[in-house]
Design a protein around this ligand. Structure first.
Ligand code: ADP
Ligand code: MG
Length: 352
């Protein structure tokens, strides 16, 4: 990871250019189950620029992880399959690669941090060896170079006494330290795209903040483009430049972070924002009334979406048209896209 000044300049220049490093077009990933085809990702398109942090938000079951796993080509088949669309990573059509080519790309060009580090780390191998395996898979290094690189990577993710830690096993580390190791593994080969899927959900609040700060810091330092997946809009405000909101396998809104928070267009996004916890109590409020204002109802089964807008059954502003006619995904304000018949504030009703 020790970059020469030339490499650093190159990365910074790349980050500054608006050229996308990843382009996803009309992606469809379905799971073929006994109760029918689960349309987990149903026609999702987006682009990720070099060095950018793009957040994907939505409640549990909206298709965020399946989107991520599709980009990594890690969808379990059967029952899952990418049935449509295209994914271009730095100009390479990754859906056209064979398994060996895709294995070479994973880790080197695109890598992923999962929610629960304990399940992704090998319990009977020291963390140094696990890092070494990833490095050796993609690079030819002498034994001493490898050792140096392992220690450098562990230091990069701010693991103290890296050389000693490298000789330890996953169970000897705290949850936060294990997630740092996962980040080191994911960044070992300096990928162009890093996907962080709920990277802090399993950690306690103080450690969450440290891990996020680390990801943001490394992203800046290395110029990696990051896709941050989370159900927590609060995290998005601190880390991302752009946000995609997913509902029931589809993209329902996309905007720059500031624009999304200032004036959400989709009623679903408004609902997500209303369910953000507030710090402290307002006057006249008790702990009980400051409870999160959850969106009523649940994400519909993805085998059988209602006609019209999929959010209509839960939406405070839904009318007859919403229930029968799918709202077009369109640019409501410059650079701010949404699929909603009733964008904007909801005149006193609902989640304001
Ligand atoms: P989230 O937004 O919480 O990450 P996921 O992407 O994990 O949601 O899941 C999207 C949908 O895909 C869910 O309805 C889930 O049940 C379904 N799904 C995911 N994996 C499988 C699988 N292996 N078999 C069947 N359905 C699946
Ligand atoms: Mg998920």
């Amino acid at each position: 990871m020790q970059l020469t000044p030339d490499q650093q300049t190159e990365l910074r220049d790349k980050a500054a250019s608006a050229e996308p490093v990843l382009e996803v077009n009309a992606l469809k990933t379905y799971f073929f189950t006994r109760s029918g085809a689960v349309k987990a990702v149903d026609g999702v398109s987006f682009a990720l620029k070099r060095g950018e942090t793009l957040a994907i938000v939505g409640e549990s079951g909206c298709g965020k992880s399946v989107t991520a796993l599709s980009l990594m080509r890690l969808i379990p088949d059967p029952p899952g399959r990418i049935v449509g669309g295209s994914i271009s990573l730095d100009g390479v059509d990754i859906l056209a690669l064979n398994d060996a080519e895709m294995r070479a790309m994973r880790g080197r060009d695109i890598s992923m941090i999962f929610q629960e580090p304990m399940t992704s780390l090998n319990p009977v191998m020291t963390i140094g060896r696990q890092l070494g395996e990833v490095l050796r898979l993609h690079q030819t290094l002498s034994k001493s170079e490898l050792q140096k690189k392992i220690v450098a990577l562990l230091s990069l993710v701010r693991i103290p006494e890296a050389a000693q830690r490298a000789r330890q096993y996953p169970h000897q580390l705290s949850g936060g330290m294990r997630q740092r190791v996962m980040i080191a593994i994911a960044l070992a080969c300096n990928p162009k795209v890093l996907i962080a899927d709920e990277p802090t959900t399993a950690l306690d609040v103080t450690v969450q903040a440290q891990i996020l700060e680390l990801i943001v810091d490394l992203q800046k330092k290395l110029g990696t483009a990051v896709i941050l997946i989370t159900h927590d809009l609060g995290l998005v405000a601190q880390t991302a430049q752009r946000v995609i909101v997913m509902y029931a396998g589809r993209k329902v809104e996309e905007a720059a972070v500031g624009a999304l928070f200032a004036a959400p267009q989709h009623q679903y996004t408004r609902g997500l924002m209303a369910s953000l916890p507030r710090l402290g109590l307002l006057r006249g409020e008790t702990a009980a009334t400051n409870r999160l204002q959850e969106i009523p109802g649940m994400v519909p089964p993805l085998t059988n979406l209602p006609p019209g807008c999929a959010f209509a059954p839960r939406c405070p502003r839904a009318d007859e048209r919403c229930r029968v006619e799918s709202p077009p995904y369109e640019e409501k304000v410059a650079g701010h896209w949404a699929a909603c018949w009733h964008p904007g504030a909801s005149n006193g009703r609902g989640h304001d």
